[in-house]
Design a protein around this ligand. Structure first.
Ligand code: EPZ
Length: 406
């Protein structure tokens, strides 16, 4: 692989920001929002609530001044995981929300108990029946929210709801992901008094809303991780532009240990790889700043032909090795035992017919197939487009022989 690529805007930063645009009557222009089906789903939810919400080539425009409804249809809720973040925004704006269980990649149970506990801490009453949720709050009141696990989504929901609460809120045990820091920056631009994002304790003091704002999201760190692992899989010399390499330093540490050259300068990440890599590990997925679970399938793909045995332990999701059996169709040797996967590197992989299991697993299959001898197919029923903007065109621009059909 050779060439240079500007990395798309961050899906996981943009999605909670789209929900946050509901918090107050606002004219909002968002830049660098990636063109993805998850973004389409979020814009559909905003429109179903009465907003104007359009994505143009130069940006996303939202007018949330006329929001007239606080009920989200189940058909929209089930399209992605982030739909649950609208709960906090609707409670803050209206004191009421009707929604149902969110969708998203099937990586395990993915309950929303931490979200509901956080809303209840702020004074919301929530009735659940057959998967539907009715949330009400006469007036949200600031409180101390203790998250027993640094859930990204629960932290985001609590931040949004707290913006509508009377009095100060502390979120202890908060997630520290870069997307949380970006959400804080957006909320500040909206007129929120909020600090501490990136640390385990976030303080929200309330919201004095502006009427309009313009905001740019940063690069998608997992998209950057994906292309870095593509070079590790196939070899080459590639520059990724607009990237804050610090946000994927845990992954880059392992790619470097495996034999890749990593050079970072002024938001450009250059990665070079040639010849057979060396197995790494043990790799343990953890909340940020630990090794990101979303990069786990991608590093697995990069290690399939490495010399030696790589051990990966997945601690975040119960079922996040679903890509393993598909990768074995290429001739990979992967043994999964509960939350641990052992990869015995092979000399070569061969082409096969694969079926994407989820967003990052599907991307991992494409990377592995590109490193195999012979032709492969990856059947995808919409997983990949949820999180990658033109993945096949980006890979093709770096020299990949890839064709999107259907
Ligand atoms: C976000 O999901 C990301 N999605 C995921 O990325 C990412 O893998 C995950 O954070 C972890 O980093 C978006 O931002 C849209 P969690 P989220 O709440 O918020 C359990 C991708 O590929 N949990 O931090 O759903 C949960 O079951 C996606 O872009 C509860 O038990 O993640 C999981 O085991 C995949 N109760 C763990 O916590 C709850 O109420 C982490 O979940 C909430 C979560």
């Amino acid at each position: 692989m050779e060439g240079s690529l500007r990395i798309q805007g961050s899906k996981n930063a943009a999605l909670p920001i789209l929900a946050a645009s509901l918090l107050c009557p606002l004219h909002c222009e968002l830049l660098r929002v990636p063109r993805l089906s998850d973004v389409d789903a979020a814009l559909s939810i905003l429109r179903s609530l009465g907003c104007r919400a359009d994505q143009q080539p130069e940006g996303v425009y939202i007018d949330s001044t006329e929001v007239s409804c606080c009920s989200i249809p189940p058909a929209l809720m089930e399209q992605m995981r982030s739909s649950v973040i609208f709960m906090g925004a609707l409670l803050a704006r209206f004191g009421e929300a009707w929604l149902s269980m969110p969708g998203g990649c099937k990586l395990g149970k993915r309950p929303i108990d931490l979200h509901l506990t956080a809303m209840r801490s702020l004074g919301a009453e929530i009735e659940t029946e057959n998967g539907s949720l009715h949330c009400r709050a006469q007036k949200l009141r600031g409180s101390e929210i203790e998250l027993p696990f640094p859930s990204v989504g629960a932290t985001e929901n609590a931040m949004l709801a707290a913006c509508g609460a009377k009095g100060e809120t502390l979120i202890r045990g908060a997630a520290r992901e870069p997307e949380i820091v970006t959400l804080q920056a957006f909320l500040r631009a909206m007129g929120a008094e909020i600090e501490g994002a990136g640390s385990p304790c976030i303080r929200i003091g309330g919201l004095r809303p502006v009427k309009s704002l313009r905001f740019a999201v940063g690069a998608d760190r997992i998209a950057a991780a994906t292309f870095a692992c593509a070079v590790a899989c196939c070899g080459g010399d590639v520059e990724l532009r607009g990237v804050d390499a610090r946000q994927i330093s845990a992954l880059l540490h392992f790619l470097n240990a495996a034999g890749c050259d990593i050079i970072t300068k002024n938001r450009v990440l250059r990665i070079r790889a040639q010849g057979r890599l060396t197995a790494v590990g043990p790799v343990v997925t953890e909340p940020y700043p630990g090794f990101p679970t979303d990069a786990q399938p991608l590093l697995m793909a990069a290690m399939l032909r490495a010399r030696g045995r790589t051990f990966i332990r997945e601690t975040i999701f119960e079922q996040r090795f679903r890509q393993a059996p598909e990768l074995c169709r290429l001739g990979a040797r992967i043994r999964v035992d509960g939350r641990t996967a052992e990869i015995l590197g092979v000399e070569a992989l061969h082409g096969a017919a694969l079926a994407a299991t989820d967003l990052r697993g599907g991307a991992a299959m494409i990377l592995a197939a590109l490193s195999a001898e012979g032709e492969s197919t990856v059947l995808d029923e919409g997983h990949i487009r949820r999180g990658y903007e033109d993945l096949e065109l980006c890979l093709e621009s770096l020299g990949a022989n890839i064709l999107l059909e259907g």
